[in-house]
Design a protein around this ligand. Structure first.
Ligand code: ACO
Length: 388
């Protein structure tokens, strides 16, 4: 798929690679993916260890500041985040004007950008500004996601509860009920799994935006817009719809054959980096099973497993296996979360990764300005409208 065209005008001619596949666009010490072995590490720590033993806020601290926090550092970070969870009544009023039928990702992108109206000073060389922006974004993004959910149902958003930890508080703000501790713990692990994944499309977007030295709220807003697409974060929503269309396990094989013959992409399958099953999908599957053991089975899980099994024969030889989006929807469904909030939840988690990349980009900034291969008309003269 790599074309032999050569970029003209660049200092060193480079081959054109659609989608920048295989092209290093930055140096980064945040996260490493071994796509052949299915191993993912954050700052050197294996993801399965973080998912089973860390918390989302501890993992966010690790991603953004490079090392696991001490007890005091973690307490301070947790307290700061807790203190900044509330959003201004002006933002809540603005959200009340959003159409209730609009997608929550659009609501989130607009509200994240609106934070820049309140806090943008662009003091990017001031470490305190960096800390305050990190804390505000990590604290307020979940509040805004939960607020839109209640607002679109015609209710007033509820205030965060200071006695609840990050994940439990989000579920509380969303459902107006204090969650079961296991559900909160599993949700927290889901946030860890989605927190970072190197230079994916939304993170690349974040870094490009960051490289202009704009404010961090614009950085996160641009990344949210990129995450929304069905080839990226939006796929988790489509997976459940696809499973619903398939209907029953005996329909899996004929449905898949038709889909492959029609060159249809199977949602929740395939990844630019992984040629084996995505390690996040492996962990999410275990979390889904824990939830089903505690709160009752979901027949859609049987369908998903059957699809994975049949797809392994048909798509496995091409290196196409379940990605992170394949089982996450089943977990969120069991937690009672509406389908169109799956991607906003992904955004809550990925805000940690985006901010880690924002900070890293500022540390060695050079504005992104790639070149292009011009394929348009040669130079020609303008004609008056009557002569065209
Ligand atoms: N179903 C069927 N075939 C697939 C799939 C899939 N999900 N993914 C890739 N393929 C096939 C392509 O048709 C292509 O086959 P061909 O060479 O015979 O034409 C080959 O595998 C390579 O596919 P590309 O689209 O070129 O792979 P790319 O690396 O560009 O795409 C992507 C990766 C976008 C994730 C793709 O696999 C896809 O669209 N998957 C479905 C959507 C999805 O689940 N997205 C979530 C990804 S994870 C995340 O962003 C959080």
């Amino acid at each position: 798929r790599w074309r032999s065209l050569v970029v003209t005008g660049a200092a060193t001619p480079a081959p054109f690679r659609p989608g920048l596949e295989g092209v290093p666009a930055t140096q980064s010490s945040i996260c490493d993916i071994d796509g052949q072995r299915g191993v993912l590490t954050y700052r050197g720590y294996p993801l399965d260890q973080l998912a089973s033993s860390s918390s989302f806020l501890e993992t966010a601290y690790l991603l953004i500041w490079g090392e696991l926090p001490t007890t005091e550092q973690l307490q301070e970070f947790e307290q700061e985040v807790q203190m900044h969870r509330r959003v201004s009544f002006r933002i809540r009023d603005m959200m009340k004007c959003f159409p209730s039928g609009g997608h929550p990702m659009d609501a989130l992108q607009s509200s994240a950008a609106s934070l820049g109206l309140f806090y943008s000073r662009r003091a990017l060389d001031n470490p305190e500004y960096i800390v305050s922006a990190v804390v505000r974004l990590i604290a307020k993004i979940p509040t805004m996601v939960a607020a839109f959910q209640l607002i679109r149902k015609g209710q007033d958003p509820i205030q965060p509860r200071d006695d609840l930890a990050y994940a439990a508080n989000f579920l509380y703000m969303l459902t107006e009920r204090e969650p079961d501790p296991l559900a909160a713990r599993i949700f927290d692990a889901c946030l860890i799994l989605h927190a970072e994944h190197s230079l994916n499309a939304s993170t690349f977007s974040a870094r490009v935006t960051a490289s202009t030295l704009t404010d961090p709220y614009a950085v996160v807003a641009s990344a949210v817009g990129t995450l929304a697409g069905p080839l990226h974060g939006g796929a988790n929503e489509d997976v459940l719809e696809m499973l619903g269309q398939i209907g029953s396990p005996d329909q899996v094989a004929p449905w898949l054959d038709r889909a492959i013959a029609g060159k249809q992409k199977i949602m929740g399958f395939g990844h630019r980096e992984y040629k084996v099953k995505d390690p996040r999908a492996v962990i999410l599957q275990t979390l889904a099973e824990q939830l089903f053991d505690q709160f009752g089975h979901d027949p859609m899980y049987d369908l998903a497993r059957k699809l994975e099994e049949v797809a392994a024969e048909r798509l496995g030889p091409k290196g196409i296996f379940p990605n992170v989006d394949f089982y996450s929807g089943l977990v969120y469904r069991k937690l009672g979360i509406p389908e169109d909030l799956f991607t906003p939840i992904f955004a809550i988690a990925r805000t940690a990764g985006w901010l880690a990349h924002w900070k890293e980009q500022l540390g060695a900034n050079r504005i992104y300005r790639p070149s292009q291969i011009y394929t348009g008309q040669p130079s020609r003269d303008w004609q008056p409208v009557g002569a065209r």
